[in-house]
Design a protein around this ligand. Structure first.
Ligand SMILES: [Zn+2]
Length: 288
């Protein structure tokens, strides 16, 4: 933990240095845009073709073809979900939460896209609807659907509490993916990755910059909906933290199921849809 007071005297021009105005690192207006309005129209005539219900403290998996929609739905009570997304044909291509955060900010909503890992770095899914978009940022600096947390996991739990807890999101996704795809636990664990924290309400404290969570504002009926930009395997863990109002690596919180629905706009519409293409960087890194 950081020492509470600095160990070095500030230079004479410290105030000037601190007064320099920040610039936004990445201008999102230069990224390829998505016609959210068109997707909302196609979505209206789409048919529900698949659905899974994910029990608390477990993970569920579902495939979504490029051009189809998937909706993550709160059903019985406030519950957050830890989302992993893979290329359905190559699990090494997976959601890159850090780069997505750098492009859009700490929390995602309608119009933001989930980008994939290097060397692919392309949109995997795009948010087309978010019933919690009214929340914005609260007085504490908190907001919903973050890409700042990693996922609750048994390693950190062990360090902090000394106990082995097996139903953290990392373990739920690892165990579930191994079963779903017939992988060893080791192979599954290697491709489980940092998440989009669906419905979770989080931020950084203004004074110390520490990661905080608070009770999620999600209620039954709320949803977050995406279009798949490539063929996807989607994995979601119903976090043992429930609404994440107190703790998240134990069996003490009230937890509820989460549902994922897949909606197909029809083969004709999907044929018109152009899946996103891998990044065009040469990959040579300066070597000829
Ligand atoms: Zn969790």
């Amino acid at each position: 933990m950081k020492l509470s007071s600095p160990q070095h005297i500030a230079p004479q021009d410290a105030e000037n240095r601190k007064a320099v105005k920040p610039v936004i690192c990445y201008n999102p207006s230069t990224l390829p845009t998505v016609d959210v309005a068109a997707h909302k129209q196609w979505r209206q005539t789409a048919q529900k073709v698949n659905e899974i219900c994910i029990a608390p403290r477990s993970a569920g998996f579902i495939e979504v073809p490029a051009g189809a929609y998937f909706r993550i739905l709160s059903t019985e009570g406030p519950q957050v979900g830890d989302l992993n997304v893979w290329n359905a044909h190559n699990l090494d291509e997976r959601f890159y939460s850090g780069k997505t955060r750098a492009l859009y900010g700490t929390h995602l909503s309608t119009g933001d896209r989930l980008w994939s890992s290097f060397p692919h770095m392309r949109p995997m899914a795009t948010i087309i609807d978010d019933t919690l978009d009214w929340y914005g940022f609260d007085a504490f600096g908190g907001s919903v659907h973050d890409v700042i947390g990693t996922r609750c996991d048994p390693y950190t739990g062990r360090l902090l509490s000394g106990d082995d807890y097996h139903y953290c999101c990392h373990s739920n996704l690892t165990r579930g993916l191994a079963e779903y795809r017939g992988l060893t636990l080791e192979a599954a664990e290697a491709v489980v990755h940092d998440v989009l924290n669906v419905f979770m309400c989080t931020g950084f404290t203004r004074d110390t910059g520490q990661y905080f969570m608070k009770a999620s504002p999600v209620r039954p009926g709320d949803y977050l909906e995406f279009v798949a930009d490539i063929d996807l395997l989607v994995g979601l863990s119903a976090c043992p933290g429930g609404d994440c109002s107190s703790e998240h690596s134990s069996d003490t919180a009230n937890c509820y199921p989460l549902v994922i629905e897949v909606w197909d706009p029809g083969a004709d519409v999907r044929q018109e849809f152009t899946p996103s293409q891998p990044n065009e960087y040469s990959g040579t890194h300066g070597r000829s």
